[in-house]
Design a protein. Structure first.
Length: 312
């Protein structure tokens, strides 16, 4: 049995997949298997993974035809041979000491269920932009998670038994499947991050307004469902296939709150795109924020003030 299983889902990632797989193969910690979970790619991604598998027996390509990332990851978890499961994305780069550092910490603290790391943000061309350091103290991280996702998904190593105990990823939480998982795991044990940046995390890329709005809805639902569980209520979302306005209403979140949150988050994205010099992404994010309904004069004035403060 290997010590670690690495899950790398990919769909049409030929531009960056080779570098991502190579960064895993170069890890100083060697006792792992890498499962490349192909989610219906129509490009050369399967060929790239197949070449790496021919060169390195630790690499395996598993097909999961266009079922989505949640199904791919859950399939990977069930296929994992190791008690520890790591995540990796097809457009990121793992630094050579990543697994060595994380497994040492997990061995020293068996109560830790999830361990992420700080990240080095890179642009589409791979140029380093900044370092993002998340909360590292488990108690502080648990508090922050009640408000925002503070664990970078592709940086984590997780205990497989803990994942299976909470039902792994849930299909309704598209684009926030990781955040929902952290909130559920935090109810069972400690989660933490390493302050050391051990992954180059690619940001930017095409801004898809519909997908972004869907992510915001999923994040809002994850927080609301977690509040229900903390207060002794029943979380209905485990049986859901999707998150929509009606579902959020059942969780006590009205349409006005949804629109306000989408606008707030889209303004944040617009600022990020402007810093990156991505005019197309900037305009698309700003258009999404401007398009959200704002009831009454107070709502319109409040948004105009936030937009002004953001210098957008």
């Amino acid at each position: 049995m290997v010590a670690l299983t690495v899950l790398l889902p990919v769909r049409d990632g030929e531009a960056t997949l080779d570098a991502a797989i190579s960064s895993i193969r170069r890890q100083s910690f060697r006792d792992f298997e890498l499962l490349v979970l192909d989610d219906g790619s129509r490009d050369a991604s399967p060929d790239i993974a197949t070449r790496h598998a021919a060169e390195d027996p630790r690499v395996r390509l598993l097909a999961n035809p266009a079922s989505g990332i949640v199904a791919a990851l859950n399939f990977g978890i069930e296929s994992a041979q190791a008690p520890l499961v790591a995540r990796m994305d097809a457009d990121d780069i793992a630094l050579p000491e990543r697994f060595e550092r994380q497994l040492a910490r997990l061995a020293a603290e068996p109560e830790l269920l999830v361990l992420g790391t700080a990240t080095i943000r890179i642009d589409a061309q791979g140029r380093r932009l900044s370092v993002a350091t998340p909360p590292v103290d488990p108690a502080e991280l648990a508090r922050v998670l009640e408000r925002v996702n503070a664990i970078a998904h592709p940086t984590v190593v997780m205990r497989k038994a803990a994942l299976q105990a909470v039902g792994s990823y849930r299909r309704a939480y598209l684009r926030a499947e990781d955040y929902d998982l952290w909130l559920r795991l935090a109810e069972r044990g400690k989660l933490s991050n390493l302050a050391e940046p051990l992954l180059e995390y690619r940001i930017g890329g095409p801004f898809r307004p519909q997908a972004f709005a869907r992510q915001v809805l999923s994040e809002m639902a994850a927080r609301a469902a977690a509040r229900l569980r903390r207060n002794g209520g029943t979380d209905p979302t485990g049986a859901w296939d999707d998150i929509d306005a009606d579902g959020l209403a059942a969780l006590g979140i009205g349409k006005e709150a949804v629109a306000a949150e989408i606008a707030r988050r889209a303004l944040q994205m617009a600022r990020q795109f402007r810093k990156l010099g991505d005019g197309e992404g900037y305009r698309a994010a700003l258009q999404l924020a401007d398009a959200q309904p704002r009831p009454g004069i107070a709502g319109v004035a409040g948004y105009a003030l936030r937009r002004l403060k953001a210098r957008l």
